[in-house]
Design a protein. Structure first.
Length: 148
């Protein structure tokens, strides 16, 4: 059984959805995992993780526009310590979630053809976001020599 844990820090420029699948795959080695599971855990309360359409940038923009129209910034919230986007960011984090589990088969994440992993930044200002990547699985030492 293999257990690996890596840490990935992403710098966001502003509020939005950031495709991070390649960042994750460059951070952790999956090549020798025959069957396993990757857990991603975001260590923040004003950002989130999701899996969605990974090709069309318009989808990412629409996701941001829809989430911001459903939970708009404002001063109507009791909690606003860090500004008008503070409580909406916390709610969106709870709405989307801060962890994902993705199956691994023969050294590859089992994402669908059009699926990608996104970091959802819910604050207006740039931030550094830390993700804990934990991989557990069954090893196959021969996978490195196979064309998979």
């Amino acid at each position: 059984m293999i257990f690996r844990q890596e840490f990935l820090t992403i710098k966001t420029k502003k509020r939005g959805f950031y495709l991070i699948t390649d960042d994750i795959l460059h951070t952790v080695n999956l090549k020798d995992i025959k069957t396993g599971l990757m857990n991603l855990f975001l260590k923040h309360t004003s950002a989130s993780l999701t899996i969605n359409e990974n090709v069309s940038y318009e989808v990412w923009e629409d996701l941001e526009n829809i989430s911001s129209s459903l939970v708009p910034d404002g001063d109507k919230y009791l909690h606003y310590l860090e500004g008008k986007d503070d409580m909406p960011a916390h709610f969106k984090s709870s709405m989307f979630g801060v962890s994902l589990n993705i199956p691994i088969s023969y050294g590859k994440l089992q994402l669908g053809t059009w699926q990608g992993i996104f970091l959802c930044e819910h604050r207006s200002n740039p931030s550094f976001r830390e993700i804990v990547i934990t991989v557990t699985g069954e090893s196959d030492i021969f996978l490195n020599n196979r064309d998979i």
